[in-house]
Design a protein around this ligand. Structure first.
Ligand code: ASP
Ligand code: MG
Length: 418
């Protein structure tokens, strides 16, 4: 007997027919004698619809009430799944975030999970009941409902698995695993059997859109065994093997690739401030107000000073935060003392990720050479121990991903291509 968390995304919950097949899948695990908690998303598209209602009601909505509205999508699907389970003879009970409760910070709209009380849940599981838990929602100290940020039900699932000391956390999504890159761009992308937490963290945060980044960080910290699986099944009703997210020590030297995956992200915008005084504190005067506004700056380059002790500073922010960034910077213009603010949203960030990079030289230079040979100009670079990212013109995204995938030997053999 194992204790497992199964998480189903919005596509799997979109409509009663699909909820029925989720129930059938859950029933199999339950019949095998396992203790099962299921975490569900709202029906696909529902959260967007609810967010839009809030915006329509008022552009300056109260985030506490936004959370009341947007958390409701998961309330619906958790109740429906419990009904569907009961209908096929599986005792099931839903547990809303406030009922367990799942305690969070009071950062409405993107609260962080602080603690989960599993007392009621454990009693329910001991009674051979399946627990159905709406993802995405929690409860702040003032007993107000919170949500965990878009895509947050992945984080709910991992946090539940950690709190319940589950043997594994199976995340069913509409992608059937983690690929070397986006298969829509590179048909010869391969599904990875295993990927390390750290690689997944980098791949998620650079746009591989498989799991919410926070959920991967949490899994790494709490040592939760996460498996990404397809919610679509073969004729026998079995899910194909997905991708297991594991610790680095579990990946043997033989199977270790230099580069594990290539990600791309078109949701960044580039800002350049010209003629920033080249003096101590200048950079701080740019990034402090942005940080205060909660804007995440990613790539940063500061050129060496040219004439008259001033320099250009270039950096990227999420495109969604561009308008706010411009506003914040313009208001701080006196303090910073820059000349002009130039911005560009037609950029894309391409990243190569792999733990193999730690022990090999020349990985970055292969990237630069490969792009250079195709006439793709690099506008900014950032690196970590296991990642190299470059900023390029958006139009070249697909080409860049394709040539890098080949250059690092990631293409599947011709006959294995789907
Ligand atoms: N329904 C929420 C969203 O769309 C949470 C989730 O599905 O992960 O962001
Ligand atoms: Mg999701």
């Amino acid at each position: 007997m194992a204790r497992i968390v199964m998480k189903f995304g919005g596509t799997s919950m979109a409509g009663i027919e699909r909820i029925r097949s989720v129930a059938a899948r859950v029933k199999r695990e339950w019949e095998a004698g396992n203790e099962v908690a299921v975490v569900v998303s709202a029906m696909a598209g529902e959260t967007d619809r609810l967010v839009n209602f809030c915006r329509e009601a008022s552009s300056l909505y109260d985030p506490r009430e936004y959370d009341v509205v947007v958390s409701s999508g998961e309330q619906v699907t958790s109740g429906l799944l419990a009904i569907a389970l009961q209908a096929i003879g599986v005792p099931a009970r839903s547990w809303l975030g406030w009922q367990l409760p799942i305690r969070t910070s009071d950062g409405h709209g993107s609260a962080r999970i602080a603690e989960i009380d599993t007392t009621a849940l454990n009693a329910s599981l001991a009674n051979r009941e399946v627990a159905v838990i709406p993802g995405f929602q929690g409860l702040a100290a003032g007993e107000r409902v919170t949500t965990l940020g878009r895509g947050g039900s992945d984080t709910s699932a991992v946090a539940m698995a950690a709190a319940m000391k589950a043997d594994r956390c199976d995340i069913y999504t509409d992608v059937d695993g983690v690929y070397t890159t986006d298969p829509r761009i590179v048909p010869r992308a391969r599904k990875l059997k295993r990927v390390t937490y750290e690689e997944m963290l980098e791949l998620a945060s650079v746009g591989a859109k498989v799991l919410q980044t926070r959920s991967v960080g949490l899994a790494m910290k709490e040592n939760v065994r996460v498996q990404v699986l397809s919610s679509f099944v073969d004729e026998d009703g079995e899910a194909e093997p997905g991708t297991m997210i594991v610790g680095e020590e579990e990946i043997g030297d033989m199977e270790r690739q230099l580069i594990t995956g290539i990600a791309h992200d078109k949701n960044e915008a580039k800002i350049t401030l010209t003629s920033v005084p080249d003096k101590p504190g200048a950079v701080a005067s740019i990034f402090a107000p942005l940080a205060e506004a909660g804007i995440n700056v990613d790539m940063i380059i500061q050129n060496i000073a040219h004439n008259a002790g001033s320099t250009d500073v270039t950096f990227t922010v999420p495109s969604a935060d561009l308008a706010r960034s411009i506003d914040v910077l313009n208001r701080a213009q006196g303090e910073i003392g820059f000349g002009e603010l130039v911005h560009d949203t037609r950029v894309a960030k391409i990243s190569i990720v792999g733990v193999g990079m730690r022990s090999h030289a020349g990985v970055a230079s292969t990237m630069f050479t490969t792009l250079g040979e195709r006439g793709i100009n690099i506008q900014a670079i950032s690196t970590s121990e296991i990642k190299v990212s470059v900023l390029i013109e958006e139009d070249y995204t697909e080409l860049a991903v394709r040539v890098l995938h080949t250059a690092y030997g990631l293409d599947a053999p011709e006959d294995a291509a789907a």
